[in-house]
Design a protein around this ligand. Structure first.
Ligand code: NMX
Ligand code: MLT
Length: 400
């Protein structure tokens, strides 16, 4: 379905050469226009959710109100933690996160009202309530997974004085680091949405079209994000760099060494993680936003230096293969280096951070799906025999 326009998706639009626009705004425009926390330099994700849902840039007091609204909805029922605790502690964080989201589904107002027999005109409002509750609760579920797997199960209590991303940084155990907190605000803003056709957003939209409630739909989307060609690429990038450093015995490999290692990766029939894209044909502006953040906050970081060296080395090699449509870096090529800088080296956790952010875009879009009364999504499929017959001109395979 590459390049086939097949859905209406309100909240963001991707241009192959320019990159993402959220309700018409580029990332630098959002950084300039969206409200910030006192003392913070990056936009608050609450502001982005407001923008995606309403199409309007919120005021500082709108955003403050939304922070308080989410705080008032943020209590996670005890059985959610018990469900996660039922898994072996070494279970991949995305699996633990998915189980947590599924356990939260007991709270769905959409499912309850549907069972009671609600009028279809009101679907959107229960979808909205579920989406607001789910977004409010995700930081605690996600942080629980991190603290359980990597910090001996020592969970941290929420700080009600903090904004959504600030509290998430605090729950993870990095709240005393202003740089990490500001990184979380930027990270959770730029990963939120990438128009409707990417695997996670499309899955939320598809599953939601069956009137599965927002918890079920979002959990499905997260299973797509957990794939290595999609969101899991953010862990693969750092894993690949760590393996390269180990194999070469140096923290900052030279361009020649990187080039050799890239060729080895390709010769083993593997992809170079963090490079390429199904739609983009230029450097991802989310990569550039993170490179700018690095320039400002960690200009001499050796891992960032390696990420920059890879950026200068990989595209010509990928281009020379002649088959890769986009040799440039995507969002995942940079994010891990920023997290490692602040001490978060547990790369298997990175896709959970991407997932928390993706709730902002996909759930705002899901509310619109129900408000616009979109029908069940059901594309047509054909067999290979039909494709062969079509190639011979014997059969028509395209629908009406
Ligand atoms: N390294 C090696 N080979 C690649 C790469 C890469 N980074 N990117 C594309 N190719 C190959 C691809 O596997 C395909 O090979 P073959 O014909 O042998 O099957 C060929 O080049 C043509 O692929 P494209 O049409 O350029 O790419 P496509 O749109 O199918 O896939 C990605 C897009 C993103 C899946 C692909 O570029 C890739 O696998 N990249 C590495 C993984 C990654 O960074 N994913 C993250 C995407 C962003 N996100 O967060 O979701
Ligand atoms: C995303 O953010 O969803 C990825 O860049 C993948 C995509 O857009 O297809």
């Amino acid at each position: 379905m590459r390049g086939i326009t097949g859905m209406v998706y309100e909240t963001s639009l991707l241009d192959a050469h320019e990159g993402i626009r959220f309700r018409g705004f580029t990332i630098p425009e959002l950084q300039a226009k969206l409200p910030k926390a006192p003392g913070g330099t990056e936009p608050l994700p609450e502001g982005l959710f407001w923008l995606l849902l309403t199409g309007e840039i919120p005021s500082e007091s709108d955003v403050k109100g939304l922070t308080e609204d989410w705080r008032s909805r943020s209590k996670v029922p005890a059985h959610v933690f018990k469900a996660i605790d039922g898994l072996p502690v070494e279970t991949h964080p995305m699996t633990q996160f998915g189980v947590g989201i599924m356990a939260l589904q007991t709270e769905s107002q959409f499912a309850k009202k549907y069972a009671e027999g609600v009028n279809k005109k009101d679907y959107w409002s229960y979808c909205y309530e579920d989406s607001m509750n789910l977004i409010a609760r995700l930081p605690e579920v996600a942080a629980y997974v991190y603290r359980r797997k990597y910090k001996g199960g020592q969970a941290i209590a929420s700080n009600p004085q903090l904004d959504w991303a600030g509290n998430f940084a605090h729950l993870l155990g990095y709240g005393s680091n202003a740089g990490f907190t500001d990184l979380m605000r930027l990270y959770l803003t730029i990963h939120a949405d990438h128009e409707g056709g990417n695997v996670s957003a499309h899955t939320v939209h598809l599953v939601g079209s069956a009137l599965s409630d927002p918890y079920l739909a979002f959990a499905a989307g997260m299973n797509g994000l957990a794939g290595p060609l999609h969101g899991l690429a953010n862990q693969e990038v750092i894993k690949w760099i760590f393996e390269m450093q180990k194999a070469l015995g140096t923290e900052v490999p030279s361009s020649e060494q990187i080039a050799e290692y890239v060729k080895k990766t390709l010769s083993e029939g593997k992809v170079v993680p963090g490079y390429g894209h199904a739609v983009l044909r230029k450097t991802d502006p989310r990569f550039s936003a993170q490179a700018e953040f690095a320039k400002k906050h960690m200009p001499n970081d050796p891992l960032v230096k390696t990420v920059t060296n890879i950026f200068e080395t990989v595209p010509p090699i990928l281009s020379s293969l002649g088959k890769i449509k986009n040799p440039w870096p995507n969002v995942d090529a940079h994010s891990g280096a920023l997290l490692v800088h602040y001490g978060m080296k547990e790369y298997e956790y990175y896709t959970v951070l991407f997932g928390v952010s993706r709730a902002i875009g996909t759930l705002a879009a899901l509310v619109w799906d129900r408000a616009l009364a979109f029908p069940l999504e059901r594309p047509k499929s054909v067999t290979t025999a039909a494709v062969k017959a079509w190639l011979k001109g014997e059969e028509q395979i395209w629908g009406e």
